[in-house]
Design a protein around this ligand. Structure first.
Ligand code: NAD
Length: 522
């Protein structure tokens, strides 16, 4: 991929006179390319085209849409190496980390294209009460015409796919606004959809930053946002002003609780992967660990060994030669460094890692001990390859510390006692709990992913609700019996209306005195 070709490939809508965003590879600083920063005009023109295309997209139904979606799946698999290569260039990920995004895309397409007809089927509902006896009730799921999907830089393919597949399969058109930090992967995927497989023009790719994102919120009928809590707040405020629904998947500070009866080999491997996958740049990554005193030393020594053995770097095409890649942005690496420096200044110790590499935007996979809640690394989202580990006296202390955060995205609990795991899960204030595993809840499309507290509003996935959130519920009432008039229509006739009032009382009251309209006893 060259800078010039990518610049052309991503142009969407009017871009003359607009500034360009330059993207450099975080691993080695080489120029990846430039994209136009499309402002409000670019967003408005793309939105208009999508609105024109939407009625036909809705009309072809889930089976028609699934055909295009499966062609897209074939295209993704046929272009796997190219997509991962682009992802690597703009993120500095390892090949292994990046390839998991392909797996997610495949799973999402198969799940939603396979279930859309069932999820979107008209719902027949029984009527209630005497007034509904002659009525036939159904609920149609009608998509929002235009959904805005604003995503962060940590998953350039997985991020848009996570909700984009469900929204498109619901019959909505989608205005995608990927992060300005990593605009190329989704630009290529959008190009594949529109040009290579010739699918209908029901998605548009908007390149640009905060201004373009804000313009998306101003154009759409519903907004799905994934990103920081700070930006989520702004989007919710604007969506509130416009009275459009928004669904927010925000930051996290996920705790891992390791109890004395846990399988420490497995738990330490999970901590190494869960803390370091994607260089820790995952909303649901393990951000802090609480370990019961009897197994603390064993856990720390095993995690340290596993983390120290991780290979860091951006490995070439398909080699799977490294584990952990680069940090996406200089700002993020600064945050990680500030958390480590703060911890060290307050008495923590680094057991492995602890500093940024001399070349490239890499931060060494790091294990910190002797940490406490006075430190940034235990309270603020680090979003980097660090594992601060704290010793706790018992499960009560672990739960209390796990909940000592404004976030509530997910958590993990490690114990060989199932009842204990359930008991603790019910005490943890988070939208998901993984028992003896990490991060797995997010990859299960049949259960909801919902951030509690400041980690989000609404949820994604969870079977049908993951698709129906992109629809409006349309209630349709039709007549079972052809009547000339309804009992409550004009004109009111005293005899008929009195009889009706008596029937309301007779059928609705809970006791005989009221049913028969007797006066209350004094
Ligand atoms: P960010 O909030 O800075 O940016 C996210 C997106 O919002 C980008 O596309 C950006 O251009 C856009 N944006 C910025 N300002 C905007 C505005 N005023 N109006 C509209 N759009 C605007 O987040 P980031 O730094 O790209 O990503 C990291 C954050 O994302 C972390 O906090 C991480 O936890 C979170 N995240 C959450 C999930 C989840 O599912 N809960 C998943 C991945 C990442």
């Amino acid at each position: 991929m060259t800078a010039e070709t990518t610049e052309q490939a991503v142009s969407t809508g009017p871009s003359e006179g607009r500034s360009r965003i330059e993207v450099r590879c975080p691993a080695d600083g080489r120029l990846v390319g430039r994209v136009p920063d499309l402002g409000a005009a670019g967003v408005a023109s793309a939105a208009k085209q999508l609105r024109e295309a939407q009625p036909e997209w809705e009309a072809i139904g889930p089976t028609g849409r699934a055909k295009h979606m499966r062609n897209f799946l074939d295209w993704i698999l046929d272009n796997e190496a190219n997509l991962i290569g682009i992802m690597q260039e703009e993120t500095g990920k390892s090949w292994g980390d990046a390839s998991l995004e392909i797996a997610m895309a495949v799973d999402l397409i198969n799940y939603y294209s396979g279930h859309a007809a069932e999820f979107l089927a008209d719902r027949k509902v029984r009527s209630w009460g005497a007034a509904g006896m002659t009525k036939r009730l159904r609920v149609f799921a009608r998509p929002y015409q235009l959904v805005g999907m604003i995503t962060p830089w940590n998953g350039p393919l997985g991020g848009p796919m996570l909700d984009g597949v469900a929204a498109l399969m619901a019959g909505a058109t989608v205005l995608f606004k990927p992060s300005e930090v990593t605009p190329f992967t989704w630009a290529e995927a959008s190009r594949g959809w529109l040009e290579d497989i010739g699918a209908p023009p029901v998605l548009a790719n908007i390149t640009g930053g905060a201004e373009a994102g804000a313009a998306v919120v101003d154009e759409v009928d519903m907004v799905m946002f994934t990103g920081s809590t700070r930006t989520g707040r702004k989007i919710a405020a604007r969506a509130g002003e416009r009275l459009i629904p928004c669904s927010l998947e925000l930051g996290g500070k996920d705790p891992m609780i390791v109890l004395a009866d846990a399988d420490i080999d497995r738990a330490s491997s999970a901590a190494a992967w869960g803390g370091m996958w994607n260089s820790g740049q995952i909303c649901i990554s393990v951000e802090r660990v609480y370990v019961e005193a009897p197994v603390y030393d064993e856990f720390v020594s095993k995690v340290t060994e596993k983390v120290a053995n991780l290979r860091q770097g951006m490995d070439p095409d398909g080699s799977f030669a490294t584990d952990v890649g680069a940090m996406c942005t200089p700002a993020q690496i600064d945050i990680v460094k500030s958390h480590v420096d703060d911890a060290l200044a307050k008495g923590a110790r680094v057991l492995t890692g602890g500093k940024r590499a001399e070349t490239g935007q890499f931060f060494e996979p790091t294990v910190l001990v002797d940490v406490d809640h006075s430190m940034l690394c235990m309270r603020d989202e680090t979003f980097g390859p660090t594992l601060p580990i704290m010793k706790v006296g018992d499960e009560r202390e672990a739960v209390q510390l796990a909940n000592d955060t404004p976030y509530g995205l997910s958590a993990s609990v490690w114990t060989s006692d199932r009842r204990r795991a359930d008991r603790i899960s019910r005490q943890v204030e988070a939208g998901a709990v993984n028992q003896n595993n990490v991060m797995m809840s997010t990859f299960q499309m049949t259960i909801p992913m919902s951030g509690w507290k400041q980690s989000g509003v609404g949820s994604r996935s969870g079977g049908a609700p993951g698709m129906l959130k992109f629809c409006r519920q349309q209630s349709v009432v039709s007549e079972r019996i052809k009547l000339k008039s309804e009992a409550h229509w004009y004109p009111y006739v005293p005899k008929k209306s009195r009889f009706q009032a008596k029937m309301v009382r007779f059928l609705g009251a809970h006791d005989w005195r009221r049913r028969l309209g007797r006066a209350p006893k004094r």
